[in-house]
Design a protein around this ligand. Structure first.
Ligand code: ATP
Length: 215
């Protein structure tokens, strides 16, 4: 949100809070204390209180937080009440898996267009999502007002495609390749390197196996 500059770590926890608050709402719970929330989402209660204070959502002592109010609040912050269309570039193994997954449990985001250079897959529909040839990238993104793109292409192609995305006014890129891409300041990149994540996990298990904690 433009008006509230919140720390990245806080922003990352918001969807976790949001998901749990929805569970509480479904269970007809009207209020929740930061201690209860803390146990459920495994974030210490001081952090939760600090996170919430960024939004001016202050709980009342002895009462806790109003579930419905908090939810309405987070819904706005997380843009849960508007549908965000996302593009996926590269319909290979990982791209296919993401198309299939298509963020079903979170109905406000969906991959609405996919792109691939491979002529055998372009102009087909995969998991209900149209796949366009790369030549249509800019046109489709602009027409469909897509500002977010997921990159599941080989590393050799990723920078070139990134430049095309920037040219098509994309604001955010989720990069699944291990290559760090260059973008102007106006574009935000989220890197998701699955191999790296797994290797980090293995490293921690091997080196700190006896003292696992919140690292
Ligand atoms: P993954 O890495 O997702 O497991 P894969 O091993 O099936 O995929 P890759 O070679 O990594 O295949 O390519 C992923 C997809 O990206 C393929 O469908 C490929 O056709 C597509 N692709 C390759 N180069 C480009 C490009 N320049 N522009 C768009 N798509 C591309």
């Amino acid at each position: 949100m433009a008006e509230t500059k919140i720390p990245r770590a806080t922003a990352k926890r918001l969807p976790i809070y949001y998901r749990y608050l929805n569970i509480l709402l479904d269970a007809d719970k009207k209020r929740v204390s930061s201690t209860e929330l803390s146990e459920a989402v495994k974030v210490d209660s001081a952090t939760i209180r600090r996170d919430f204070s960024y939004f001016g959502a202050l709980g009342k002592r002895g009462y806790g937080y109003d579930v419905e109010k908090l939810l309405a609040f987070f819904k706005k912050i997380l843009n849960q009440d508007t549908l965000t269309n996302v593009a996926l570039i590269g319909v290979g193994n990982l791209g296919h898996a993401l198309l299939n997954f298509n963020f079903h449990k979170n109905s406000n985001v969906r991959i609405s267009a996919a792109f691939d250079v491979n002529e055998a897959i372009a102009n087909t529909v995969q998991s209900g999502v149209p796949v366009y040839p790369m030549t249509e990238l800019k046109k489709q993104l602009i027409e469909q007002q897509i500002e977010i793109a997921i990159l599941t292409v080989p590393t050799t192609a990723v920078q070139h495609i990134t430049d095309e995305l920037v040219d098509a006014n994309v604001k955010g890129i989720m990069n699944f390749t291990p290559l760090r891409i260059s973008v102007p300041d106006t574009v935000r990149v989220q890197n998701v390197d699955l191999t790296n994540e797994l290797q980090t996990l293995i490293y921690f298990i091997e080196h700190y196996g006896e003292q696992l904690g919140d690292h």
